[in-house]
Write a protein that binds this ligand. Structure first.
Ligand code: TXA
Ligand code: MG
Length: 353
């Protein structure tokens, strides 16, 4: 299959959307930008089309997809009920980076929901995503458009890296503004449960709903046999190829520790890459230092996180060390992704000394 890459311009956007919409209706695969990350879209009501997503990504078939819609009115077609708390969250945060898990209606195939009786739904807030949904005139099932296990794509070039020859079309609408996937909240029970942190923070949800539970898989590694409520949270995720370890603590101690470990690794002929804030860039002795953003600029750090992890692969790192990033609305989401990318290797230095 030849994958067509379309850099969108004012001149070609209308025609491109019509063609992309046709591909979706015909059961094909189109990657598109959203405000969070690029999605890999297929008609969410065609089981065969949704199955193609799993094949293209090499994704385990028990990991459900998110159904994207462009208007609140569509929701009732796809879900068995819209609980009060969902209405409040929709009013506050849709369209936007918030996904909610509902009990599904019969029209949503199990191929889309990974065999579950629930369905995750989100209304994205990105002009290209919304235009594609309207042009296709279908709800679009879309996971992040990376090969399973790799960091999510925040640029069209990342999608091409993973999906060239495996999908029909990539709509290049530039870089994604947020850079981390949507927040997921399960609204099927008495109390809302946070399944995946994102731009809409735990605090922003409790501002609207009061009490909220947090699924254990959000903040810690589950034990053998324990199951996260979002099946996707159990897989090794967002991971660069080399082993990544994150050091958390006072700046000078973090820098000294990483430099010491770097020298040891270099003696063993290993290529070391360090993920650093702009301010600390020159303090490291590593072979390559990748700047993720300015200290305290969580929005910039979130936006660059997945691209930096991909760059580590491009540089053929043997070992990666990273600083930890604290503060702000995005801290929960950044920590969650970094923790998973590092396979839970986050070392707290001040606790050790
Ligand atoms: O920002 C996003 O949400 C992006 C863009 C493209 O919209 N999509 C995305 O999809 O991140 P994906 O497939 O990479 O992540 C979906 C997550 C997985 O962890 C999956 O297990 C969970 O949502 N999920 C989907 N349906 C679910 C359901 N019915 N119950 C619980 N978790 C569900
Ligand atoms: Mg994903």
């Amino acid at each position: 299959m030849i994958t067509e890459m379309i850099p969108l311009t004012e001149e070609n956007i209308q025609d491109s959307m019509e063609r992309a919409g046709e591909i979706i209706r015909a059961g094909g695969l189109v990657a598109f930008p959203t405000e969070t990350v690029y999605g890999l879209g297929a008609d969410g009501l065609q089981e065969k089309a949704a199955e193609k997503i799993y094949a293209a990504k090499n994704r385990p078939s028990d990991n459900p997809l998110i159904l994207h819609i462009w208007s609140e009115a569509q929701l009732e077609e796809f879900v068995a009920e819209v609980p009060e708390m969902a209405k409040k969250l929709m009013k506050a945060y849709w369209p936007g980076p918030l996904t909610m898990v509902f009990r599904k209606n019969a029209c949503v195939p199990y191929g889309t929901t990974g065999g579950l009786d629930t369905v995750a739904v989100r209304m994205p807030n990105h002009p290209v995503a919304l235009a594609l949904l309207k042009a296709a005139n279908r709800p679009i099932a879309a996971p992040s458009a990376n090969a399973s296990g790799r960091p999510s794509p925040t640029k069209a070039s990342h999608v091409l890296e993973d999906m060239d020859g495996r999908i029909d079309m990539i709509l290049d609408g530039g870089s994604c503004g947020i850079g981390l996937e949507s927040t997921i909240v399960d609204v099927t029970g008495e109390v809302p449960v946070l399944l995946r942190p994102g731009f809409i923070s735990e605090q922003m949800i409790s501002e609207v709903l009061g009490d909220i539970q947090v699924d254990k898989a959000v903040k810690e590694k589950l034990k053998e046999g324990e199951k996260p409520k979002a099946p996707g949270m159990k897989y090794r995720h967002y991971a660069p190829k080399a082993s990544l370890t994150v050091y958390d603590g006072e700046c000078s101690q973090v820098i000294a520790t990483i430099n010491e470990l770097t020298k040891k690794a270099q003696k063993e002929q290993k290529k070391v890459v360090v993920v650093s804030t702009k301010e600390h860039k020159d303090a490291y002795v590593a072979d390559e230092v990748l700047v993720i953003g300015a200290l305290g600029d969580e929005a910039e750090i979130a936006r660059n996180l997945f691209a930096v992890l991909r760059d580590c692969d491009g540089l053929e790192a043997d070992v990666i060390y990273s600083e930890m990033f604290h503060g702000g609305q995005l801290e929960g989401a950044i920590t969650n992704r970094l923790m998973k990318a590092a396979g839970y290797q986050i070392i707290k230095l001040d606790e050790m000394s």
